[in-house]
Design a protein around this ligand. Structure first.
Ligand code: ZN
Length: 262
């Protein structure tokens, strides 16, 4: 697993944030999508094309995994005949000036098109990598409009579960059983979300904390946190709601945060 990087979802500015964090897109060979809401996938054209453009002189395939629509979405970006960005890579492959730039970076002609391998997966599917594996499970979000998956990453005897967007459900609890880290969507307080339909598609503080408690997860990382909960004045209240049902460590995720496995 050493040195390998897996990317889960690719929402707005992901490529920019990766570079800001000191990670080149060329270091990532495996991308997993939880679902295809734009806040989880809209930076993928930038990611694919930057990785392809800079992946010199090595040409490793980009493996893309995700639920239904992942193939149509990915090939909708790069397919030679129908992809919205095919004109870009075709111009870079064929124009002499672009070829010269490519060679100056160490590339050898003829330049190859983006090498992207898509595999649509579903609950129970397992992706085996070099020293790691990723298990997919069902997430309950906005079906039947979009399929959603959650993932459990296992490597070197450790485990991290990323729920994507979901409401609490048994498949998530089972996936998170005994996990070292559960990264779960947490949008608002339970009381606020009980006033409307949001609980049918998303998780509250209490929902995430209850899932972590029932699964026996060691650490709960709240992600996809709603704007009101990120206000400083909400710090005590959000901690208190989580602590009502989960006595493990709770981390409130923020942009660019790095979390070391304890
Ligand atoms: Zn969503």
């Amino acid at each position: 697993m050493s040195g390998q990087k897996l990317l889960f979802d690719c929402g707005p500015a992901t490529t920019h944030k990766l570079v800001k964090a000191g990670i080149s897109p060329t270091e990532v060979d495996d991308v997993f999508f939880t679902h295809h809401h734009f806040d989880h996938d809209s930076d993928f054209p930038t990611f694919i094309l930057t990785r392809w453009d800079q992946n010199i002189p090595v040409d490793r395939p980009l493996n893309v995994y995700g639920p239904l629509l992942t193939d149509r979405f990915t090939n909708g970006i790069i397919d030679e005949d129908t992809g919205l960005f095919a004109h870009d890579w075709l111009a870079r492959v064929h124009h002499p000036a672009s070829q010269a730039t490519y060679q100056a970076r160490g590339g050898q002609l003829p330049r190859r098109k983006p090498n992207v391998v898509v595999r649509e997966i579903g609950p129970g599917d397992v992706v085996d990598g070099d020293g790691w594996r990723v298990i997919a499970s069902h997430a309950e979000h906005v079906q039947p409009y979009l399929d959603s998956l959650a993932y459990r990453v296992e490597a070197e005897g450790r485990s991290i579960v990323l729920t994507g967007d979901t409401r609490p459900c048994s498949s998530i609890t089972e996936l998170a059983r005994g996990a070292d880290v559960l990264m779960m969507m947490c949008w608002e307080t339970h009381a606020r979300m009980s006033d409307n339909e949001e609980l049918s598609a998303s998780s509250s503080i209490r929902g995430a904390a209850q899932t972590a408690a029932e699964a026996g997860a060691k650490q709960l990382v709240m992600v996809h946190v709603g704007p009101r909960l990120r206000e400083p004045k909400m710090a005590a209240a959000r901690d208190a709601e989580a602590a009502e049902v989960f006595d493990g460590q709770v981390v409130w995720g923020e942009e660019m945060m790095e979390i070391a496995l304890a």
